[in-house]
Design a protein around this ligand. Structure first.
Ligand SMILES: [Zn+2]
Length: 241
C-alpha cells in the first residue's frame, strides 16, 4: 500500500499521525489495542535554525534521541515524581536540579537504552526546510534500524520540529514493507503523554551533555550514561562528545 502513495496525496499540514502495521487505523484495531510491546520513543532538543559562522550560541548542536523501552509502565510511572502543579506540561527545560535528581535516580533503575544522533547547526543541512526535514527523517530511520528489537514493537514520536509528518508516514510504510515488525506508529504531542514526558528528560540531559552545558541539573546525566548505546556525530559536527 505505502509503495503506491506519494507525498502529493498525503495531507501536508498534519502534526499528528497514527498508523497500525504500516497502514491506516480502523476502529477494530483500536478496540483490540494492547500496550505490552516494547516501545521506541523519539524526541529532539535544540533549535533547527541555521547558525551563521561567528554567531555565538550556547546550544549549537541539534540532537535527536531515541529510547527503546521494554517495560513501558515503569517508564511512564516515573512521571509520578513530577510536581503535581502542571504535571501534564512538565518538561526537563522547566525543571530544577532538585526536580530532576529523583527522576533520573528512578530512570537509572529502569530497563531501557537510548541512542542519539547530533549535528552542528552551523552545518548547511540547517539552511533549508527541505534539508532539515531530510536530516530529521533520515536520523529517525537510522535510529529505528539500530534499535530494532526484532520483535513486534510500537513507535512514539514527539511532534516534530519541522513539518515532517508526511515523510514519517512514508517512512513507517516503507519500514513495515521491508519487514520491520511495527505495530502502532504514532506522532503526537508530549502534553500529558507520560512516556514522551519522561523521555523528554533523557533527551534534555543528552542535549545538555552534547552541548557541554554544565550545571547541577545536567550532571545527573552520569546516572544514565551507561544506558547509551549508539551515538553519532554527523558530518559538520565540531563537538568532541
Ligand atoms: Zn559531535
Amino acid at each position: 500500500m505505502g509503495r503506491n502513495r506519494s507525498l502529493a496525496n498525503i495531507n501536508a499540514n498534519k502534526s499528528t499521525y497514527t498508523a497500525y502495521r504500516g497502514r491506516e487505523v480502523n476502529p477494530k484495531d483500536r478496540r483490540y489495542r494492547t500496550y505490552n510491546r516494547p516501545v521506541m520513543v523519539f524526541d529532539e532538543t535544540g533549535s533547527m535554525g541555521y547558525l551563521k559562522s561567528g554567531v555565538q550560541d550556547d546550544r549549537p548542536e541539534f540532537v535527536i534521541v531515541s529510547a527503546i523501552i521494554l517495560d513501558r509502565e515503569s517508564f511512564a510511572n516515573v512521571s509520578s515524581l513530577f510536581p503535581k502543579k502542571n504535571r501534564a506540561g512538565f518538561k526537563y527545560s522547566n525543571a530544577t536540579a532538585k526536580d530532576v535528581k529523583p527522576i533520573v535516580e528512578k530512570l537509572s533503575r529502569i530497563d531501557f537504552t537510548f541512542s542519539e544522533i547530533h549535528r552542528s547547526r552551523r552545518n548547511e543541512a540547517f539552511m533549508s526546510n527541505k534539508d532539515r526535514i531530510e536530516f530529521y527523517v533520515q536520523s529517525i530511520s537510522e535510529l529505528m534500524d539500530f534499535n530494532d528489537p526484532h520483535t513486534p514493537f510500537d513507535v512514539l514520536i514527539d511532534a516534530p520540529p519541522v513539518n515532517a509528518v508526511p515523510e514519517l508516514e512514508l517512512l513507517c510504510a516503507e519500514k513495515f514493507e521491508n519487514g520491520m515488525e511495527l505495530e502502532w506508529f504514532e506522532v503526537k504531542s508530549s502534553y500529558g503523554e507520560k512516556i514522551l514526558q519522561v523521555h523528554d528528560f533523557v533527551t534534555g540531559l543528552t542535549g545538555d551533555y552534547i552541548n557541554g552545558i554544565e550545571s547541577d541539573k545536567s550532571k545527573t546525566f552520569d546516572k544514565i550514561i551507561e544506558k547509551r548505546r549508539f551515538r553519532a556525530h554527523r558530518f559538520g559536527c565540531d563537538c568532541e562528545k
